[in-house]
Design a protein around this ligand. Sequence first.
Ligand SMILES: [Zn+2]
Length: 85
Amino acid sequence: MYLTLVAVGFSALILLAYTEKYMAPGLFRTLLYNALALFLAGNILMYIGIRCPKCKATLGYHIVFSAGKAYQCPRCRVNFDEEMS
Ligand SMILES: [Zn+2]
């Protein structure tokens, strides 16, 4: 869910980069700030929102950088398949 927010914000940024010359500067700036805010909010929420169920270590970026294949907490080594299901 957090990843969706990041993906939407990122897509909006790419879309804006391509449509910049067709838009009024004021409108473009408003949309750009909104897309950036969405992207940053998604990143922050993902970072602080995903935590280890046992030691409460923040796992957001660990999971993202391991492409969702994280099955063990990097801190306390708890197995997520057992703890989260
Ligand atoms: Zn842990």
